[in-house]
Design a binder for this molecule. Structure first.
Ligand code: KIV
Ligand code: ZN
Length: 452
């Protein structure tokens, strides 16, 4: 059986990511984040753009001196001053890379750079040649590649390969391309550029149409072997391809993307959390993989399925991406199974009638509040207990509830042996939770309906 090929993960959280509004980082913050990226297992850390400020120069220098395993890259425009400055910041690195870039689209050449195509090609070639005289590892990016004339793009790429580039990066700078078109472009480059087989084809996608990860996956399918991405997908405008989404798409679907990465997936959530803490920019709750709701279930139909077997509604385990556990959000869409489970987790084992009763209280409460928290449930348990002591017409249960003894935390406790919690081994097998609930057909039917 043939070995799966590895895709290089080039993390640009500290460079392109830092360019997103509100995400700038001090040198110390970049260093903290770089240590976490090292733990995460990224292959390349783009630490900054040294010519942009003394602070950024210093940040790149700090990262280059301390982080020894990954390649450390620094960005430079295609002029000697930039390239020289990048090298000065990088030269203490164990594995330095100079990353130089120039736009190749007519829009950028005419309006932004006022360069002819010929001048563009010469400038790119000269910068790579100079960078190569300083550093063995040189990446060239053709900014706005996806809106460039493909033939001209290929000419420039061939010129920089001849000048010594070791990686050629194809950025979708404005997030304009779509997966099938981007795959075609990568194939065209592989067909037309002489020497391309000696270098790594890299892609760098922005998310203006929400397609950055899809475009990166399509490019890998077409032969790209390096993907530039950021934690939490931060970056210019709508951001860059999200590292966690790209990596987990390949891990969850090896049948479609038979590639490896060196990423330690359990470090994805800690990396996301650290970045949010450092920048003060929170992650959107429904963000794939690492958002607060990525492993949260509220609908009764989903909670019911999850309790029976997590494979029903989760395609990866939370543990596999470093999220502590699945969260059942109790709200107006939740069913009695999830409520019963949460009560058990809080230490209350209820019989069927008690569960019916507390579920009625719960539904009334959930109608008027967004989510029902543990303190609400404790209040409902107290209410149930009061009703047991002083039955009123609203309480139907003639049974003595099995609540009453106190646990160490002072909760009114079922006084039973510890109850099982849903748990999984994190291996991705999705073993069913250990709690068996509700054998009554009506319970199940009602849970089902709640979710619809
Ligand atoms: O989006 C882009 O084109 C870039 C390049 C500098 C790689 O960030
Ligand atoms: Zn970019």
């Amino acid at each position: 059986m043939s070995e799966t090929e590895q895709v290089t993960i080039f993390d640009t959280t500290l460079r392109d990511g830092e360019q997103s509004p509100g995400c700038s980082m001090t040198a110390d913050e970049k260093l903290r984040m770089a240590r976490q990226l090292d733990r995460l297992g990224v292959d390349v850390i783009e630490a900054g753009f040294p010519v942009s400020s003394d602070g950024d120069f210093h940040s790149v220098q700090l990262v280059a001196r301390e982080i020894r395993r990954p390649v450390i890259a620094a960005l430079a425009r295609t002029c000697h001053g930039d390239v020289e400055r990048a090298w000065q910041a990088l030269k203490a690195a164990a594995h330095p890379r100079i990353h130089t870039f120039l736009a190749t689209s007519d829009i950028h050449l005419q309006y932004k750079l006022k360069l002819s195509r010929r001048e563009c090609l010469e400038q790119a070639r000269d910068a790579v040649r100079f960078a190569k005289s300083l550093c063995a590892d040189v990446e060239f990016s053709a900014e706005d590649a996806t809106r460039s004339d493909p033939q001209f793009l290929c000419d420039v790429l061939q010129a920089v390969i001849e000048a010594g580039a070791t990686a050629i990066n194809i950025p979708d700078t404005v997030g304009y391309t779509v997966p099938s078109e981007f795959a075609d472009l990568i194939q065209t480059i592989r067909r037309q550029v002489h020497g391309v087989e000696r270098v790594t084809i890299s892609v760098h996608c922005h998310d203006d149409l929400g397609l950055a990860v899809a475009n990166s996956l399509a490019a890998v399918g077409a032969g790209a072997r390096q993907v530039e991405c950021t934690i939490n997908g931060i970056g210019e405008r709508a951001g860059n391809a999200s590292l966690e989404e790209f990596v987990m798409a390949m891990r969850v679907r090896p049948d479609r993307y038979a590639f490896r990465t060196a990423i330690v997936s359990e470090e994805l959530f800690p990396s996301s959390q650290l970045l949010a803490e450092i920048t003060g920019v929170p992650v959107q709750p429904n963000k794939a993989i690492i958002g607060r709701n990525a492993f949260a279930h509220e609908a009764g139909i989903h909670q019911d399925g999850m309790i029976k077997n997590p494979l029903t509604y989760e395609i990866m385990t939370p543990q596999s991406v470093g999220v502590p556990s699945t969260r059942f959000v109790l709200g107006k869409h939740s069913g009695r199974h999830a409520l019963g489970l949460r009560c058990e987790e809080l230490g209350f084992r209820l019989d069927r009638r008690e569960l019916d009763q507390i579920y009625r209280y719960f539904v009334a409460l959930a109608d008027s509040t967004k989510t029902v928290e543990d303190n609400h449930i404790l209040e409902l348990m107290r209410k149930l207990h009061r009703e047991r002591l002083h039955p009123s017409v609203t309480v139907e249960s003639p049974h003595a509830p099995v609540i009453g003894s106190s646990n160490a935390a002072g909760h009114s406790h079922a006084g039973l042996a510890p109850v099982g919690h849903p748990s999984r081994d994190g291996s991705g097998n999705g073993a069913a939770p250990s709690v068996v609930l509700g054998t009554h057909e009506n319970d199940q039917q009602e849970d089902y309906l709640w979710g619809v």
